[in-house]
Design a protein around this ligand. Structure first.
Ligand code: CTP
Ligand code: MG
Length: 253
């Protein structure tokens, strides 16, 4: 389930950030790729804002019928995920695993999904990708001066995907206050449960501000994603083609 119904206000790109293009594709296309191509993932539901008229302008054929848009986004991320789960109640079984992944995280890789499956398959609660906090943490006062240095031990930064069973997740979100719940794990915690932290990758960044876009593009290009290599090979083919023509002509002459 990919919540993609936000407006991207902090990025300020003039369009919702899921449609901002990097490395030749919209952010959403990159965010979907590892999930849609994973053999154990049956279906990827993309929760779009009601009245979204951009999704259908892009080419999603790389992923065939595995991608299904749902035009039922809500006021908050939690509401969008909840609406998406409601809309799919007839096709997802209560005990099925659901992975929720931000459209704003374009650098997710197969390895991280496999780690989630490996560590959570037999888990009663489920869990999430996260990375241990590496920087020293300062708590600020109202004047942006350091009020305290917080111990970093045992602090993790939550990422997505977050993986929970359908019934537990929808009940947790139904009971949650959407203003407080900024990720699925928080809703599960509200049920008195303890989601498991699974080691993520610091490159699985969330694009929030403009400088994050440049970083995400660097990460994607360093991996030569399909979109980029396809563009290159198309360019090469047409160059080789014209070279070939040239040679033929010169031979004729
Ligand atoms: N999201 C959503 N529905 C909302 C708000 C957010 O589906 N009402 C999605 C976003 O599209 C994004 C993810 O939740 O994929 C994470 O949210 P965030 O990074 O905050 O994205 P935006 O809300 O779009 O950005 P901003 O807060 O800067 O406006
Ligand atoms: Mg937001």
């Amino acid at each position: 389930m990919i919540p993609a119904a936000g407006s991207g206000a902090r990025l300020g790109a003039g369009l919702p950030k899921q449609y901002v293009e990097i490395a030749g594709r919209p952010l959403l296309h990159h965010a979907l790729r590892a999930l849609a191509l994973h053999p154990r993932i049956e279906q990827v539901f993309v929760v779009l804002a009601q009245g979204d008229d951009r999704f259908r302008r892009f080419d999603w054929s790389d992923f065939g019928v595995r991608i299904k848009p749902l035009y039922c986004g809500g006021e908050t991320r939690a509401a969008s995920v909840f609406n998406g789960l409601l809309a799919t109640r007839d096709v997802i079984a209560a005990a099925d695993w659901v992975l929720v992944h931000d459209a704003a995280r374009p650098c997710l890789e197969r390895d991280e999904i496999d780690r989630l499956f490996g560590e959570l398959d037999e888990d009663d609660t489920g869990g999430l990708l996260a990375v241990p906090a590496a920087d020293t943490l300062k708590r600020a006062n109202r004047e942006s001066r350091v009020a305290a240095t917080e111990p970093r031990e045992n602090l993790w930064l939550a990422q997505t995907p977050q993986m929970f069973r359908y019934r537990l997740l929808i009940e947790a979100l139904r009971a949650a206050d959407p203003a407080v719940v900024t990720d699925e794990a928080r809703a599960i915690e509200g049920m008195g449960l303890k989601p498991r932290l699974v080691m993520g990758d610091t490159r699985n960044i969330k694009v929030t501000f403009a400088e994050d876009l440049a970083l995400a593009e660097l990460i994607l290009r360093s991996r030569q994603p399909p979109a980029v290599s396809r563009q290159r090979s198309t360019a090469r083919t047409s160059r080789e083609h014209s070279k070939g023509d040239g040679r033929k002509k010169s031979r004729k002459r």
